[in-house]
Design a protein around this ligand. Structure first.
Ligand code: ATR
Length: 289
């Protein structure tokens, strides 16, 4: 946020309920740092008002908006255009408005990939990946990785049918690169022994259940890069156990920040000040989480 005046552009966060979101703090710090005359505001809109609000947004001075729970799928029917990756994922978290037209993107998986590359220095191309969970976050991450030419992708989920369904969607678009793994120790061990990167996309280990981890620690090995999308706590039990084995590890905070950085770049065409966004988010979580 710079000086609010008649030229100030809006960017919003559309969801219901919104609770304590880090996005306004992080994005306003970024606009200020880059001297861009935009403000980022919360748009907490009830389901019965969604259509009216979304149709009105392009008629005002909005550069775009983020979309969060529960509207990431429903928003798609109101958009003029949807980027290919968002279409594959089946959900939109970022909308840009140009000449009154709305185009949807999904930056969640890209946020994860940027975090992997910038925090751990790991490039996913050719790497074998083991993913725990097959919900919305898993779908965004796995589709984005598939688009970026990873090696083999194993998807393991408590409800096996959901893993099979995600695998079928990935393989239909990208060839036979993924395989569903049942949550059975031997089958998991076999797949993990071939993996370079392990990603937890489930909520297991989130505060207050900090003593839980999504897999048995015996299944980890020291050459894995272990990633958790959980960021509260910053070091989940999974990451702590991985570090004991000498694994490189990464929390979900980077994904959260880089999905925002990517959205910032889509709205403004300007490189996002990732360090400023990190500092703003860390200050926010150190106070509120
Ligand atoms: P998100 O959008 O965060 O991905 P989601 O779509 O509700 O959330 O998906 C949650 C994922 O975490 C699912 O894969 C879920 O497994 P099921 O499909 O079997 O429900 C997984 N998950 C959640 N709690 C879990 C638990 N206690 N143990 C194992 N998996 C769990």
């Amino acid at each position: 946020m710079v000086n609010i005046n008649s030229k100030t552009g809006y960017v919003g966060l559309l969801g219901y309920p919104l609770g304590h979101s880090v996005s306004p703090i992080m994005q306003n710090a970024a606009f200020k740092s880059r001297n861009i005359n935009n403000i980022y505001i919360a748009l907490e809109v009830k389901p019965q008002d969604l259509e009216t609000v979304v149709k009105a947004i392009p008629k005002m001075n909005f550069a775009g908006f983020n979309v969060t729970i529960p509207y990431k799928i429903e928003i798609m029917k109101y958009l003029d255009e949807i980027d290919d990756l968002a279409q594959f994922i089946g959900a939109v978290n970022t909308v840009v408005i140009k000449d009154g037209k709305m185009k949807g993107y999904n930056t969640d998986g890209i946020g994860f990939m940027r975090s992997l590359e910038e925090e751990l220095g790991v490039k996913p191309e050719g790497k074998n990946i083991f993913i725990l969970g097959s919900g919305g976050a898993s779908r965004a991450i796995s589709m984005t990785l598939a688009m970026n030419k990873v090696g083999k992708m194993y998807i393991c989920n408590r409800t096996f049918e959901k893993a099979e369904s995600l695998v079928a969607d990935i393989n239909e678009r990208f060839g036979q690169i993924s395989q569903a793994v049942p949550m059975e120790k031997e089958k998991m061990a076999e797949a993990i022994s071939e993996a370079d990167i392990l990603i937890n996309t489930t909520s297991v280990g989130t505060y207050p259940n900090v003593d839980e981890m999504p897999i048995d620690k015996d299944l980890l090995h020291g050459s894995l890069a272990v990633c958790d999308i959980v960021y509260n706590p910053r070091k989940t039990k999974l990451l702590l156990e991985a570090e004991k084995l000498g694994c490189r590890s990464m929390s979900g905070l980077g994904m959260l920040i880089f999905q925002g950085a990517e959205a910032f770049e889509i709205w403004t065409g300007v490189e996002a000040p990732a360090n400023t966004m990190f500092e703003a988010a860390e200050a926010f979580y150190n106070h509120s989480v």
